[in-house]
Design a protein around this ligand. Structure first.
Ligand code: C5P
Length: 318
């Protein structure tokens, strides 16, 4: 990482998306959130955020797409204000420009990774020197997936998603095809609410039962040693309630399952984006090129992605 110097007044941060290899709902917590056991994986589909210091103490946000609010309800602005208010940084401001590449409302943590990038970017731009543990604390306040996005890679995520146990760097060469209907989006609270409606009789209640689920995930052969030839079984409990009522998810899963050579297909997070795994980028890319037109004709956007070992990263200083 380049040394900070007094000249530095802008920087660019890369904010990668994530997929879920495993999303298991264990029960309901006292705070109303669900107790989860997940494995999240960062991928190389990423937003870019440009931060420039301003001396008026204001936070401004602009974005290259129209259908995203750039006001105080945007998680980027909320993250910047949280940092400013926590440390009483009255005079410090930033003009933030978002290049949005991750689809919105897709189950890929697009908003969460932008929030994580804002914490990292402003920590650097404003020369706050906060350690990652402190940024994680702030990240928890912004959303359940934000702490994961800070460091990315492959991580076990427990609690409401914010209690992290990083796995060693993915030595896997696996890659994926990701698809999403641009006109569909799924609200995360709606997906969890629907799951609760349908499945709450099966919820575990005792902490000892939660812990035994965590233990079996920690010990799962496909994670130990990571990628030792075993494939992730790809479990997503939210898929059970989102897929039956979301035609674009049904279509996406069908098209992906029909691709010969895929190693497994699932929805990511609360959807509606879906992905198929392949052994390496060459096979993923060749299948992607063969099917790109088909996805297009079906009205789906598509991407070919690699797994990523890191979370948000500072790309350039100016
Ligand atoms: O934490 P985040 O803002 O991403 O959560 C969005 C919503 O998703 C919550 O308000 C809640 O309805 C649901 N949720 C949940 N249990 C979790 C995470 C999210 O019920 N562990």
């Amino acid at each position: 990482m380049k040394e900070l110097d007094s000249e530095m007044n802008s920087l660019v941060v890369i904010a990668p998306a994530k997929i879920n290899f495993h999303l298991e709902i264990l029960g309901l917590r006292d705070d109303g959130f669900h107790e989860l056991a997940m494995v999240m994986q960062a991928i190389d589909l990423a937003d870019r955020l440009m931060f420039r210091k301003n001396s008026e103490g204001k936070i401004t946000l602009s974005c290259d797409i129209k259908d995203l609010s750039t006001s105080d309800d945007n998680l980027i602005v909320r993250s910047a204000l949280l940092l400013k208010n926590c440390f009483q940084l009255k005079g410090l401001g930033a003009d933030i420009r978002l290049e949005k590449n991750i689809p919105i409302g897709a189950g890929l943590a697009g908003g969460s990774t932008d929030a994580a990038a804002t914490l990292v970017g402003l920590n650097e731009l404003w020369e706050l020197g906060l350690p990652i543990k402190e940024l994680e604390g702030l990240a928890c306040e912004l959303g359940s997936d934000v702490p994961f996005c800070l460091e990315g890679g492959t991580q076990l995520c427990f609690g409401r998603g914010e209690t992290l146990e990083p796995k060693s760097k993915a030595s896997s060469s696996m890659a994926l095809i990701l698809v999403k209907d641009p006109s569909a989006s799924v609200s995360t609270p709606w997906a969890y609410g629907r799951y609760r409606e349908k499945r709450c009789q099966q919820y575990l209640v005792k902490e000892s039962d939660f812990e035994s689920c965590r233990k079996s995930l920690r010990e799962a052969s496909w994670l130990n040693p990571l990628w030792g030839g075993c494939l992730p079984p790809l479990r997503n409990d939210l898929q059970q309630v989102v897929e039956p009522v979301t035609p674009s998810v049904q279509l996406a899963l069908k098209l992906l399952r029909d691709i010969p050579g895929n190693l497994g297909v699932a929805m990511s997070g609360s959807g509606p984006s879906c992905f198929a795994l392949f052994p390496d980028i060459a096979s993923a890319n060749s299948c992607y090129l063969q099917n790109k037109k088909l996805f297009e004709q079906a009205g789906l956007m598509s991407w070919c992605c690699e797994l990523r070992d890191e979370g948000v990263t500072i790309e350039t200083y100016q």
